[in-house]
Design a protein around this ligand. Structure first.
Ligand SMILES: Cc1cc2nc3c(=O)[nH]c(=O)nc-3n(C[C@H](O)[C@H](O)[C@H](O)COP(=O)(O)OP(=O)(O)OC[C@H]3O[C@@H](n4cnc5c(N)ncnc54)[C@H](O)[C@@H]3O)c2cc1C
Length: 257
């Protein structure tokens, strides 16, 4: 099957996103907003797979009047300081905008007398959790998929990505995958690659614990140089609070091993 060229499809984009849960879908939306051409690939059906579809839907949000440093400290403490604090900071800075985005996509969050109702996020000291009104995480990711499609994100379902492609200069330049339902091979060529295959963990205090790894695609990331000193890839920071233990890697021409 690998030798038969008719069974290979080459897909090109500015940005390739691997994984179609909250992490991948939000990344796709934001990349598309910036004018990039985006392909999102998932081994299952993006928006109906992974942890996201089965989650509660609560979202940790920093309201404009809340203290960012306190939030970051709270998460760092809950994760015994094994977190990327810059990433957590970026997530919270934008969390209110993401809440507003979800509302504009038709997912209202609980309010009473015009003010948001929240509960304390489990495992934190003071972080606010906001809950969707009459909706679950399944509704949230379903709507994110719809919005991504409406913004010309090309979604490729049922393709298992098993490796990252490195160019001759050692930079990450795409990925290779295999059809889960159809006997087909895929080469994805891209300037930037976002790996959003989940941290693989469900922890009460959520958010970006570095030790949680990156779920099913951990080996591919390590092989490409993630987490190896100077080659450590940038972390994609523009994500909503509800991303739980998410750890996303963005390769933007970083050197890989
Ligand atoms: C029961 C439960 C309840 C939760 N409740 C909440 C909550 O209320 N609030 C909150 O903030 N967090 C909650 N969480 C945590 C939250 O769900 C996760 O942190 C979040 O969904 C992670 O999103 P993700 O996009 O990183 O991963 P996922 O949603 O798991 O998405 C990863 C995607 O990558 C795809 N994929 C993986 N490997 C490959 C590959 N090799 N090739 C192609 N595709 C691949 C998968 O098919 C999947 O679609 C909960 C988790 C659980 C399990």
């Amino acid at each position: 099957m690998l030798e038969d060229k008719s069974l290979w499809e080459v897909l090109k984009s500015d940005v390739l996103i691997i994984g179609g849960g909250f992490g991948g879908l939000w990344a796709a939306l934001r990349a598309a907003e910036s004018g990039a051409s985006v392909i999102l690939v998932d081994k299952s059906f993006a928006g109906k797979s992974g942890h996201s579809y089965f989650a509660g839907g609560a979202m940790m949000v920093l309201l404009p009047e809340d203290d960012l440093d306190e939030y970051v400290h709270d998460i760092a403490l809950g994760n015994e300081w094994l977190v990327d604090q810059e990433m957590v900071t970026e997530v919270f800075k934008r969390s209110y905008d993401r809440l507003k985005d979800l509302e504009s996509f038709g997912i209202p969050f609980r309010k009473s007398s015009g003010a948001y109702v929240w509960t304390k996020a489990r495992g934190t000291r003071n972080i606010k959790n906001f809950w969707p009104e009459h909706a679950t995480a399944a509704d949230e990711v379903t709507v994110l998929r719809k919005v991504a499609l409406s913004r010309d994100v090309q979604v490729v379902d049922h393709v298992y990505v098993y490796d990252l492609i490195k160019a001759d200069n050692g930079r990450v330049a795409g990925a290779v995958g295999i059809g889960v339902k159809d006997p087909k091979n895929f080469i994805f060529q891209a300037n930037s690659v976002v790996v959003a295959t989940n941290s693989g963990g469900y922890r009460g205090h959520h958010l970006a614990c570095e030790l949680q790894g990156t779920g099913p695609f951990m080996a591919g990331l390590h092989d490409a140089g993630a987490g190896s000193g100077d080659d450590h890839p940038a972390v994609f920071g523009d994500l909503p609070g509800q991303l739980g233990g998410l750890l996303i890697f963005l390769f933007r021409g970083q050197h890989a091993r």
